[in-house]
Design a protein around this ligand. Structure first.
Ligand SMILES: [Zn+2]
Length: 453
């Protein structure tokens, strides 16, 4: 026991001194301290937790490590399927035939980490995904935790953070406020009725905005824009009246829904007062961007992050020419375009989801926020590589709009994220780190190579 404490202490000291990357702790414990699998997994996680706590001043409490933090490989002898189970899983039967599973082999090889860079978590697994320095609209260093899942993702993002910090950190641009939108939709049988309604609603706008302001104020929100849009089909005349509101730290989706619901009542009363014949009056979610990734989504906050690398040191540091990286980005952008998608999206769909899962902030489904665009080019004597996230939705406050469970709040504290703006900035920087590392690895042909089994 004393031996393992010493091993952990020494690993923490090496992490602190920058003498070992965090994903090499398991190997170090075996090679240098002679630990036998699966002993090293829990101790490596413990070392990374202590190191992060020293950097942040925040202890891990709600994000716990179970007694057996590793997975074990099994095989079903009946149908030859293989399974990798969390060692804590008591159901050692095959999912297909319900027959008993046998350990795949007797060697130490049957054990593996739950996820790379594991730092805790029982139902979901947390990985340390790097320390990233931000400059620009948000300043500071953030210790990022992701629930990324299996694979090399957390190591790739961690490496990306290291490279970006080496060149001055991620330069971020983040909106002060985030938007939420909700739309009142009206159907008329006659065009003249629609035009009369348009005038009546326009005339009542002052009282509609007062109503909006009163409800939104409870959530630090304020009315932002109103947009009228006409559409037709063979049988009807449609009118969309869309309201957007701005929020600072709440996501605002519940607030705008309540507020526009109240506005709709006023609109209905005005139309009745003026004897305007309306066939249907409803909240028109089809037009308000509800969970639709769109280049003109009216929800969320804009965030971008980029890294600048002097062209003179690019080839030497990255072992890949800047031209080759730029060509690869162009190739990928062209592929995305041919698929008919409007943005050059990449692995953001995984990293963004991983950060929402880790922090458990609202929204839990990051569909809108996962829209991403990658850009790269030369500016003066530097290569600029960046990502844009046009619609980051995040409410970092635990509130009626979205409860954040204790491990999620703890993850936010450890990461150093207080505000929704910092959340969006870190999200963009993490996506930048992951994409930049991945683009480089592919451009220099280190990924997707046949394994030497
Ligand atoms: Zn089976």
């Amino acid at each position: 026991m004393a031996g393992s404490r010493k091993a952990v202490d020494e690993a923490v000291a090496m992490l602190e001194a920058g003498e070992m990357p965090p994903w090499k702790v398991e190997g170090y414990l075996i090679e240098v301290h002679g630990l036998a699998p699966p002993e090293q997994f829990g101790l490596a996680a413990e070392a990374r937790r202590q190191w992060i706590a020293k950097r942040t001043g925040i202890e891990f409490r709600h994000i716990a490590i179970p007694e057996t933090p590793y997975k074990v490989r099994y095989v079903c002898e009946h149908d030859r399927t293989t399974f990798e189970l969390d060692a804590a899983d008591t159901d050692k039967r095959c999912t297909l035939c319900r027959g008993a599973l046998k350990p795949a082999d007797s060697s130490a090889e049957r054990y593996a980490p739950l996820v790379n860079n594991y730092v805790g978590g029982t139902e979901d697994y947390y990985s340390f995904a790097g320390s990233i320095r931000l400059t620009g609209d948000c300043d500071g260093e953030f210790q990022i935790l992701l629930q990324y899942g299996t694979g090399l993702g957390p190591i790739g993002v961690c490496r990306g953070c290291h490279m970006i910090n080496r060149f001055g950190g991620a330069r971020v641009k983040v909106g002060q406020r985030a938007s939420a939108s909700r739309c009142v939709g009206l159907i008329f049988g006659k065009e003249e009725e629609r035009e009369r309604a348009l005038k009546v609603i326009g005339g009542a706008m002052g009282s509609l905005e007062d109503r909006l302001r009163k409800i939104l104020g409870k959530w630090d929100g304020q009315p932002a824009t109103v947009e009228f849009f006409r559409a037709d089909d063979p049988h009807s005349f449609f009118l969309f009246v869309e309201f957007t509101a701005d929020f600072v730290n709440y996501r605002g989706h519940g607030a705008i829904s309540q507020a526009v619901g109240a506005v709709k009542e006023l609109v209905d009363a005005e139309l009745r007062k003026h004897s305007i014949e309306v066939e249907v009056s409803a909240i028109a979610q089809g037009y308000d961007g509800d969970l639709k990734p769109s280049p003109r989504n009216k929800r969320g906050r804009y965030a971008a992050a980029e890294v600048h690398v002097p062209l003179a040191s690019f080839g030497k540091y990255f072992e890949c020419s800047a031209e080759r990286l730029l060509s690869f980005v162009r190739l990928d952008a062209s592929g995305v375009e041919k698929m008919g998608w409007f943005h050059h999206t990449g692995m953001g769909g995984e990293i963004i989801a991983g950060m929402y899962k880790a922090t458990k902030v609202n929204p839990h489904s990051p569909l809108v926020s996962s829209l991403e665009r990658i850009y790269a080019g030369v500016e003066g004597d530097e290569l600029v590589y960046g990502v844009e996230l046009p619609n980051v939705e995040a409410g970092t406050l635990s509130c009626s709009e979205g409860l954040i469970p204790p491990p999620g709040r703890e993850a936010l504290r450890i990461m150093g994220i207080d505000t929704a703006r910092e959340f969006a900035a870190c999200l963009a920087a993490q996506v930048l780190a992951g994409e930049f590392n991945l683009s480089l690895e592919i451009a220099r042909e280190r990924l997707y190579r046949p394994r030497q089994d």
